[in-house]
Design a protein around this ligand. Structure first.
Ligand code: SF4
Ligand code: SF4
Length: 226
């Protein structure tokens, strides 16, 4: 899922303090699961903004609402009236949701309440790690199901590098070396031959280095009437 965390409240105050009518909209998907922009966090953010305004002597009216998913057109249509009535919308969705809100309700001012960080998973209560960099050409089949793009600091396709020490990454002692983990996993699968097989340089055109990417599925398109 997409992992995010709330922006510092002072930044959100700065982004909104010129406005009197605020709408804070949470998202019921990934950011609810990672406790960043769900109903509880959105209510708490609205209360924080209200408190800050009262402290500064600013009169504000803050509405709170939720969308099942802010990243899909049909799930944000129902917010139209509240968005219309607001001077500024604070979206606590991921960056995709914020952008869709800004586009759907343009030119309404929509500001992000979160910092969207990565695609990852929880490893313990309150701890999330990045596990996929969305490279567009998955190599997990060759690496024991462990991503060398997101989990190796150098995104190496042939590892480990010379810096791996006791299973830890050269960049920090508290980060596991992805290639050490790949070795252990492939060994357990009796497929260690895969680690000695030299992988050619990755074609990064499927990753985001070539600009905004797009997936087109002609089979899903609805033909336009002639
Ligand atoms: S190889 Fe690419 S697509 Fe597969 S998990 Fe890693 S970053 Fe994601
Ligand atoms: S120590 Fe391991 S994870 Fe860190 S950069 Fe080297 S190969 Fe990658």
């Amino acid at each position: 899922m997409i992992i995010a965390e709330q922006k510092p409240i002072n930044e959100i105050i700065k982004l909104t303090k010129e406005h009197r009518k605020l709408l804070v909209v949470g998202c019921g998907s990934c950011v609810t699961v990672c406790f960043a922009g769900g109903e509880r966090e959105t209510e708490a953010l609205a209360a924080g903004l209200d408190l800050a305004a009262a402290k500064d002597g600013r009169k504000v009216k803050i509405e709170v609402d939720m969308s099942v998913r802010q990243c899909e057109w049909e799930f944000i249509d129902g917010l139209a009236d509240k968005v219309e009535a607001a001077d500024v919308v604070v979206s606590t969705a991921c960056g995709v949701g914020v952008q869709l809100m800004a586009e759907r309700f343009s030119p309404k001012l929509v500001v992000p309440g979160l910092n969207t960080s990565f695609m990852g998973l929880p490893v313990e209560q309150g701890v999330w790690v990045e596990n996929c960099g969305g490279c567009g050409n998955c190599v997990l089949a060759y690496t024991g199901g462990i991503c060398p793009i997101a989990r190796c600091a150098k995104s190496m396709l042939n590892g480990p590098c010379g810096g791996s020490q006791d299973g830890k990454c050269v960049v920090a002692a508290d980060i596991d070396c992805a290639w050490h983990q790949i070795y252990v996993r492939l060994k357990a699968q009796d497929r260690l031959d895969m680690i000695t097989e030299l992988k050619p340089a990755k074609d990064w055109t499927s990753a985001r280095d070539g600009g905004q990417r797009k997936i087109v599925r002609d089979d899903l398109k609805i033909p336009r009437p002639e």
